[in-house]
Design a protein around this ligand. Sequence first.
Ligand SMILES: CCCCCCCC/C=C\CC(=O)SCCNC(=O)CCNC(=O)[C@H](O)C(C)(C)COP(=O)(O)OP(=O)(O)OC[C@H]1O[C@@H](n2cnc3c(N)ncnc32)[C@H](O)[C@@H]1OP(=O)(O)O
Length: 302
Amino acid sequence: MALAVGIRGLTRSLLRPWVRVPGPARGRTEPAAGGGDGVRCFGSPRVLVEPDPAAGFAVMKMRNPPVNSLSLEFLTELLISLEKLESDKAFHAIILTSDCPGIFSAGLDLMEMCGRDPTHYAEYWKAVQELWLRFYLSHLVVISAINGVNAAGGCLLALSCDYRVLADNPKYAMGLNETLLGIIAPFWFKDTLVNTVGHRTAERALQLGLLFPPAEALQVGMVDKVVPEDQVLSAARSELAQWLAIPGHARQLTKSLMRKPTADRLLKERDADIQNFVRFISRDAIQKALRVYLEKLKQKKT
Ligand SMILES: CCCCCCCC/C=C\CC(=O)SCCNC(=O)CCNC(=O)[C@H](O)C(C)(C)COP(=O)(O)OP(=O)(O)OC[C@H]1O[C@@H](n2cnc3c(N)ncnc32)[C@H](O)[C@@H]1OP(=O)(O)O
């Protein structure tokens, strides 16, 4: 499937395949994928890819500091990295994690949804849809190693993976907290959550905008495993072994069987969903609510 997102604003370096990057923006918590010498890291300014082709997987590290908010450029870089790995037969799996200490992702970038024009909102929303569709339906095994707080759009990204490992730190809450901002999780966010935790838990979580700390996230099934913080990557790697032992075609077809009906709902209504988003986000009341929320985030510091 070709990338369908706009590439306006992409840097020239991003358009070059597999740009060699100097290293993570911030300190590492655990060793790179293969761990061995000679492992070359690739990626783009905001996505560091640590490939381990011999083991058949790559670690994809999100590094859009300070909070890995999903800006249009960052979304596009994530999509390009995913497509690169998907089109290389050496790779059967990805571990998705963060390079920003204490933060997996703060979700969609509020600056992309505030004070911009309808054309921008439409372009942005199309990229958000694409990110979900591509991760949700990827033929690769995708495991998220969640090493920080994980809100709204970031939580959706983790829910789109096949398996979630969460670091055991009470600060690392995760959930779809849209209602706290005065906005609504779209139907495909809701469907993804329902498919993961069931209808009743999703209903309560979505209405109340709940962010679940690790023990509760595990209890409701939002994550599959909670491990000590320094073991989140190694636990994801160990889990991967079980997934990679299954014949690839059988696992992929089963994944598609489980997920395609949910993805098809959006694919059938994609343009209408974009129009709904543009109408909704352009409302004065919604713009005001987002500005107030952003202001609260900034005031928290003073
Ligand atoms: C009909 C269809 C309707 C469709 C409706 C729309 C559906 C939209 C769906 C999803 C929406 C989202 O994903 S909205 C984003 C929700 N995210 C959050 O609520 C998290 C907000 N952030 C935080 O709570 C905190 O930042 C943090 C806990 C993640 C980290 O805290 P910390 O103290 O470490 O950092 P700061 O709070 O000081 O933040 C640093 C810096 O980043 C800015 N920031 C934070 N989050 C965002 C964001 N999501 N987008 C843009 N910018 C963000 C924050 O303001 C600080 O900026 P300054 O340094 O300039 O002050």
